[in-house]
Design a protein around this ligand. Structure first.
Ligand code: G3H
Ligand code: ZN
Length: 295
């Protein structure tokens, strides 16, 4: 089916008290795996292309974006296309004509006034061009000396500051620092669920969890229960991909046809996508989650 706006998927997830999962893609196999996994789980999904992935793709946004849109056409579930962790306004400005319905503008490493100004400009452009815009607030009071990046150890988003930031920038969704870290290859992060609840109560827009690969299933379910509405996953797919390729090449040192080892990698990623979609999509529906809500 044609691409669905990210805003619609997040809105539907919010109405259901759950979250939409968003997966970062680097190669065509990632794209195919995300769509396969979403179909297997019968759940809608967001495909994300990050600024770093664009750099890897020789600086070109369109080849992977067009491929993602084409593969999405084959899906039996809704698929949205999101431009992730954009720091360069020139790249943001390419999004609207490349099939994206949303973007995340990332000035989270900047000091608050700079983040506010740059995010405000990005929101203005995005809304004038029909894009839903997510931004990040990760510089939290108490660490005045270091321009901190969201999701660094110990950094947390302050609810009062978050409320002000959302009001002053007009962002559509807010990525917050609540204990997760990007690029973790072990699932050992512990989230601050009380803070998630406070942030959800403080801001009128959906909350986004970044660095979700390092978050155990139970923590993810609790995060959704506490108010996370978009769950970003990247590294977990790369772990599945690389593990599969490594096993295939180790088991047959004469193997040279990429189709032989990439088929397994794609399938391993699809399994991870469907597993995570089931975990996230049913988080708010499980009896355990209901028990947590009531407590
Ligand atoms: O924006 C993308 C996500 O935050 C991915 O983080 O690679 O640690 O799962 P991750
Ligand atoms: Zn992220």
């Amino acid at each position: 089916m044609p691409l669905i706006p990210t805003a619609d998927l997040v809105r539907d997830a919010s109405s259901a008290g759950t979250a939409v999962a968003a997966f970062n893609v680097i190669t065509l196999e990632h794209v195919e795996a995300v769509v396969q996994g979403a179909d297997d789980a019968a759940a809608p999904v967001v495909i994300q292309i990050s600024e770093n992935a664009v750099k890897f793709r020789t600086g070109l946004l369109l080849p992977l974006a067009r491929a993602a849109a084409a593969v999405a056409q084959t899906a039996g579930v809704g698929v949205a296309l999101h431009l992730d962790h954009v720091t360069d306004p020139d790249l943001l400005h390419q999004a609207a004509d490349a099939g994206f319905s949303s973007a995340m503008f990332d000035a989270g490493a900047a000091a608050y006034p700079d983040n506010l100004a740059r995010t405000g400009e990005a929101v203005e452009w995005a809304h004038a061009n029909g894009l839903w815009l997510e931004a990040e607030l990760g510089y939290v009071g108490g660490k005045p000396d270091a321009p901190a990046s969201a999701h660094a150890a110990g950094v947390r988003t302050d609810p009062a500051e978050a409320r002000q930031f959302v009001r002053d920038t007009g962002v559509d969704a807010l990525a917050v620092a609540v204990g997760s870290s990007h690029a973790m290859t072990t699932r050992t992060a512990a989230l601050d669920h009380e803070l998630i609840g406070e942030l959800a109560a403080a801001v009128p827009v959906p909350l986004v969890l970044h660095g979700s690969s390092g978050v155990p299933d139970e923590e993810l379910a609790r995060a959704v229960d506490a108010g996370m509405r978009k769950i970003n996953v990247g590294t977990a797919l790369n772990v599945a991909y690389t593990r599969s390729v490594r096993q295939a090449l180790d088991s047959d040192t004469a193997m040279v046809d990429p189709r032989k080892y990439l088929a397994g990698a794609r399938s391993a990623m699809a399994d991870e996508v469907s597993r995570l979609l089931r975990t996230i999509g049913t988080a708010a529906l499980k009896p355990a989650a209901q028990g947590r809500s009531a407590s």
